[in-house]
Design a binder for this molecule. Structure first.
Ligand SMILES: [Zn+2]
Length: 242
């Protein structure tokens, strides 16, 4: 992806995150399901019953774990395939970047490729809706915080070598290549897990406060970024030997 395309992509994310009227095309969709916490629209006639049940589970679990006061129904728009999704949500004519879902926390909306699309491994596609929902419930203006908590809470982490850690958090390579981005998402997920489970000792509601101003590292009990990186590295080394 070129720098210009990357800038446009990040721009689209920021626009949606800000909750302004987005250009997403939701024409031609039918109402698939109306549940306690979701209104689900689909572009095709596939079965999304398991997906909707998984979203309800994730909603209840996160609201309880993070002590959230979230009582608005979330709208979910499911496109027939990845090409239809990127065309109608980003305005791309080709799949410029292997992206399968997008959250719009400001308007409590999720846009996603059909979970039956083979653009990513089946297990990833099964977990992706829960990842996107986590963005709506636990938003953050900082990319590593919001992607990290979504990877962690959607159970998408894969083993990582502590030697793969960059020197600073800013060195995580988000939105360079698909490969770099996947690696950065996974590392951010391990960092979120370390913060919630170790630094906050499972007191997840404290993470919500931290996510609002993530430059305040005192909120997670560390004095500076070097201390955070050193602790995280030691945690990964210990996790690898367990
Ligand atoms: Zn995400």
């Amino acid at each position: 992806m070129t720098a210009l395309r990357r800038a446009l992509f990040v721009g689209a994310m920021v626009l949606l995150a800000a909750g302004r009227a987005s250009a997403a095309d939701i024409g031609g969709m039918h109402l698939y399901a109306l549940t306690e916490h979701f209104t689900v629209y689909a572009e095709d006639a596939a079965d999304y019953g398991g997906m909707v049940a998984g979203l309800e589970d994730q909603y209840r679990r996160l609201v309880a774990k993070y002590d959230l006061a979230f009582d608005k129904r979330v709208a979910v728009y499911v496109y027939r395939d990845q090409l239809s999704f990127v065309k109608k949500v980003f305005g791309w004519t080709t799949v410029e970047m292997n992206v399968a879902g997008l959250a719009d926390p400001g308007q409590r909306r999720l846009f996603m490729t059909s979970i039956h699309d083979p653009c990513k491994p089946a297990e990833h596609m099964r977990k992706m809706p829960r990842h996107e929902l986590t963005h709506v419930l636990l938003p953050s203006g900082m990319v590593w915080v919001r992607e990290g908590i979504a990877m962690y809470e959607a159970d998408m982490l894969v083993p990582v070598d502590a030697g793969a850690l960059p020197r600073t958090i800013d060195d995580l390579k988000f939105y360079r290549s698909d490969e770099d981005t996947s690696a950065a998402y996974n590392l951010a997920g391990w960092l979120a897990k370390y913060i919630v489970e170790e630094l906050l000792a499972g007191d997840a509601p404290r993470f919500v406060r931290f996510a609002r101003s993530p430059t305040d590292l005192a909120a997670i009990g560390v004095t500076n970024e070097k201390a955070l990186m050193d602790g995280w590295r030691a945690y990964l080394v210990a996790a690898a030997t367990r």
